[in-house]
Ligand binder design. Structure first.
Ligand code: NAD
Ligand SMILES: O=C(O)C(=O)C[C@@H](O)[C@H](O)[C@H](O)COP(=O)(O)O
Ligand code: ZN
Length: 359
């Protein structure tokens, strides 16, 4: 299969997304911006698998790279990892021409991206996503962040990468639970924007779960197309970009209430999308059959569809801190139909409490 390239249209901050098997070994071809020293940021799971291969493909710039290897895990998407990156950049006298390469999943991408956004007030970043979730979602769009114990992604910045290089061959080593977590964000893109894509996912569940390369390539490309088009319209989430948060008001509350890393992000988003769909049905925006259809698809993709036990007070505490909220009202992304969503700021509290009570 030939590699595909999409463009995120953001004027002089626009960039290509390259998708294909084996791109890691041709990185120099896909990253012509390497005019400064490279700072490779990865973690202790991904480094032994892919760091040498990536750096070897970059020639002398690769051998001279600063290497920062973070401890693995969502729990380490925090100050300590950020501090390690800053310390390494400073110890090596990295300058404003230094290019951060984030090699790994969404955790590495978000924290390395935030370090790049803030080091010396901003240096270039290249995203090399190696999880399905990162290839379909987190490497694109420029949201970077670390978590705070009181909330997900609470400290961060918008900082677009210069290029995204998604080598689909890296997905072969991804554990099944992590792979399923990526499928949650794929389904989200269909649910909010593209009923035809959602139906394609339903028809191709077996191929996707079996990691069929043709099916996977389509899922990644269509997800990136949908996300890139939304980001191009609303880079800083003043409007339509919030639709990409479908399932996240509930999902982020699950992650934070249980402790970051207890449920995977994609798992929490899957259960969160079911709750958001139920709330949509409860206030008459969609039919109960639509909720069941989405729930059935997510379960078939190997994802949890039932939220964990969380007290109503804890739900409200974490959802009360969601970044979409305005004027103290919890904001939800709800479905108007499968394939179409809206931002809703006036969902009745009674309906929300009923949905949570039945969760
Ligand atoms: N910035 C955004 O727009 C955005 C979008 C979605 C999610 N996110 C964030 O992304 C994070 C979740 O990302 P994730 O699901 O990639 O999790 P992750 O980064 O923790 O990666 C999942 C696991 O897979 C390992 N791994 C990575 N690549 C591998 C490979 N090829 N083979 C074997 N193991 C591999 C990782 O070390 C980790 O253990 C969350 O923090 C979430 O908030 C950000
Ligand atoms: O890119 C976006 O915009 C998204 O909302 C994509 C989400 O999948 C992602 O989890 C994002 O990090 C959530 O952003 P947040 O602003 O709710 O922290
Ligand atoms: Zn997400």
């Amino acid at each position: 299969m030939k590699p595909t390239t999409l463009q995120v249209e953001l004027g002089d901050r626009g960039y290509p997304i390259h998708i294909g098997a084996g791109l890691l070994t041709q990185s120099a071809l896909y990253a012509p911006h390497l005019t400064g020293r490279i700072a490779l940021v990865t973690n202790d799971v991904v480094a032994p698998l892919y760091a040498d291969r990536l750096l070897a493909s970059l020639g002398p710039a690769g051998s001279d790279a600063i290497r920062v290897i973070l401890p693995d895990g969502e729990a380490r998407k925090d100050w300590s990892s950020l501090e390690r990156i800053y310390a390494a950049l400073l110890a090596e006298s990295a300058d404003r021409k230094t290019v951060v390469i984030a090699l790994g999943g969404g955790v590495v991408g978000d924290v390395a991206g935030f370090a790049a956004a803030t080091y010396q007030r901003g240096i270039a970043c290249i995203q090399v996503p190696t999880t399905l979730l990162a290839q379909v979602d987190s490497s694109v769009g420029g949201k970077t962040a670390i978590n705070h114990p009181l909330g997900k992604n609470m400290i961060g910045a918008f900082h677009q990468p210069r290029v995204v290089i998604a080598d689909t061959a890296t997905l072969a080593t991804l554990p099944p639970r992590e792979f399923a977590a990526g499928l949650a964000e794929v389904a989200k893109h269909g649910a909010i924007r593209d009923l035809e894509f959602l139906a394609w996912i339903e028809a191709n569940v077996a191929a996707l779960v079996a990691r069929d390369p043709v099916a996977l390539e389509h899922a990644i490309r269509r997800s990136c197309e949908i996300k890139a088009a939304i980001v191009a319209q609303d880079e800083r989430e003043t409007g339509v970009r919030a639709l990409l948060n479908f399932g996240h008001t509930f999902g982020h509350a699950i992650e934070s209430a249980l402790g970051h890393g207890t449920w995977l992000h994609g798992e929490a988003v899957a259960a969160g999308m079911v709750l958001a769909a139920r709330l949509s049905a409860r206030i008459g925006r969609i039919a109960e059959a639509d909720v069941q259809r989405l729930e059935h698809l997510l379960a078939a993709l190997g994802l949890p569809v039932k939220a964990p036990a969380i007290t109503p007070e804890r739900w409200m505490e974490f959802m009360g801190r969601d970044k979409k909220n305005q004027g103290g009202r919890i904001t939800f992304v709800l479905l108007d139909a499968l394939g179409r969503a809206s931002v809703v700021r006036d969902a009745p509290d009674s309906a929300l409490r009923e949905v949570l009570a039945a969760a």
